[in-house]
Design a protein around this ligand. Sequence first.
Ligand SMILES: [Zn+2]
Length: 85
Amino acid sequence: MIACKQVAKALAENRYYELPWFRRIPMFIHIRLCVMCGKYHQQVVDFQKGIRGYLEHEEAGDVGTKIHLSDEAKKRIAEAMKNKS
Ligand SMILES: [Zn+2]
């Protein structure tokens, strides 16, 4: 089990999806199991997931045609941005 501090550090310094799987998997498990991290980091992970999805579509040239965020996801991204600034 990795520590909360390691999760926070990894998320602050890297985009989680750019980490190798052997660092990503334990991090996900930790975020799922840890109440503290679950509350805070799940937001960050979802937010980064949204960005990755957007970048992939942008590269493919089809932004706006295929991306559909649920209202809940939009709200979470807005909140994550608010918390960051
Ligand atoms: Zn934790």
